[in-house]
Design a protein around this ligand. Structure first.
Ligand SMILES: Nc1ncnc2c1ncn2[C@@H]1O[C@H](COP(=O)(O)OP(=O)(O)O)[C@@H](O)[C@H]1O
Ligand SMILES: [Mg+2]
Length: 242
């Protein structure tokens, strides 16, 4: 679905990403791990076209999005990609419900009525019905993060990008987000998430370890493995050499 071909990214004179290539297949669930400052967020933003590349290209279903004009690319992103950030990033002057429907109303793929129905359906499925009219400061961190997954899903994207989606959540709220991601992926949603949390990464099919702006290693889990212990063993190798 997405081919990342030799992308590099510099800010001013500092090169952050070095010649990264990999592929995201439809139905993949990829976790990106690595030390703070290693370039994980930059990688996510570069793939999705939120950041421009210094070199290389990203093909989204054979379309070279690295060459698209910003106005075309933002429409493309709105329709095909969903985003979830560590701190939800919802608008303060809108209710939860209006935050969720907003990208739908902007994209206009469906009628306003259908978008509202879709939003209600998503909220029900994420088990946050009842908080529609609340202000974003009147809900828990876990509810807010589930609402931001609803918002990311409102245009029925082909891929969901998440940057540390559970970084600000307690363990119970993390579990709820994890089970949502697992279900979405089981139903076919392609997911790429940056995370520090081995519990999150253990739900993925594949883990990329980024160090100094390069893919230091890539792990696929053995069938039937105890993924969390397999992953922790694997990560130990990096902590020794980090
Ligand atoms: N907009 C920017 N301008 C300049 N430097 C940046 C910018 N964004 C990120 N960086 C730098 O790029 C490096 C990687 O950042 P980031 O991708 O956020 O790392 P990670 O998500 O792995 O913690 C850091 O050294 C950071 O300071
Ligand atoms: Mg980051």
């Amino acid at each position: 679905m997405i081919k990342v071909e030799q992308i590099s990214k510099s800010f001013k004179n500092t090169q952050i990403l070095h010649d990264i290539s990999f592929e995201i297949k439809k139905g993949d669930f990829i976790a990106v791990m690595g030390p703070s400052g290693s370039g994980k967020s930059t990688l996510l933003y570069s793939i999705s076209g939120m950041d421009s590349l210094s070199s290389g290209k990203v093909l989204f279903e054979e379309i070279n999005i690295s060459e698209m004009k910003e106005e075309d690319l933002s429409g493309f992103r709105l329709n095909k990609m969903g985003f979830v950030f560590q701190n939800a990033q919802m608008l303060k002057n809108l209710s939860i419900f209006d935050n969720i429907t907003l990208p739908g109303l902007v994209a206009k793929k469906e009628s306003a009525d259908d978008i509202r129905k879709r939003a209600s359906g998503l909220m029900k499925r994420m088990e946050i019905e009842g908080i529609e009219e609340r202000d974003i400061r009147e809900v828990s961190g876990g509810q807010l993060q589930r609402a931001s997954i609803c918002r990311a899903m409102i245009n029925n994207p082909e891929i969901l990008f998440l940057d540390e989606p559970t970084g600000a959540l307690n363990s119970g709220a993390t579990d709820q987000v994890l089970s949502i991601l697992e279900d979405l992926n089981r139903e076919g949603m392609t997911i790429m998430t940056v995370t520090h949390d081995p519990r999150v990464a253990a739900k993925a099919k594949k883990v990329l370890y980024i160090r100094d702006g390069q893919i230091a290693a890539c792990k696929e889990f053995s069938v039937g493995a105890d993924r969390e212990s397999e992953l922790n063993e694997w990560l130990k190798g990096f902590q020794l050499t980090a």
